[in-house]
Design a protein around this ligand. Sequence first.
Ligand code: ADP
Length: 191
Amino acid sequence: MIVIAIYPGSFDPITLGHLDIIQRGSRLFAHVIVAVVRNPNKNPLFTVQKRLEQIRLSTKHLANVEVDAFDGLTVNYAQMRKAQVLLRGLRAISDFEVELQMAHTNKTLSHQIETVFLATSNEYSFLSSSVVKEIAKFGGSVDHLVPPHVALDISQCYAQNSPVSNQIKTEVIPPRKSLPMESPTTETLRE
Ligand code: ADP
């Protein structure tokens, strides 16, 4: 039986943690489709087009991995692509709660589709796209967390809006101009 797996996510941007799941998934399944969710509720750092490029470049050595984007429900996309498996990664208990709820919800939508979880590799258990963006925002290096071309994209992105200083800025408040003594006007005296 040829099993096709969808690995859905935001991948904003792809990290070495994602890449690890993709590589291991590609050894388990005949075909893996890394699917970028077009989520209008999130405010992404990279456009969907840029994320597709980043993932394609990162996975070009994996012959059975395809990269795509989709709108709407993941199960509908999986059915459309004739996939039997949704591949997800688990890092911590916090992931588990959300992922289990999502897997149960998806099961109510399509009984044929199974969610398969891969435990994160130890070295990436702390890693998320948000962690990468947080470090880069303050000018730190993310070379050890993302593929080299993604690190370059990130540094270019933050170079345009120079990294937020992590020093506390002290606001200099100019001395107030001394106002002439307000003397009661005839109007205020009349009240
Ligand atoms: P989402 O917006 O769906 O959370 P992400 O791009 O953050 O999308 O993650 C996609 C999937 O990859 C999720 O299943 C997530 O748990 C998993 N994942 C993310 N980072 C890691 C990591 N460092 N190790 C293992 N799995 C990960």
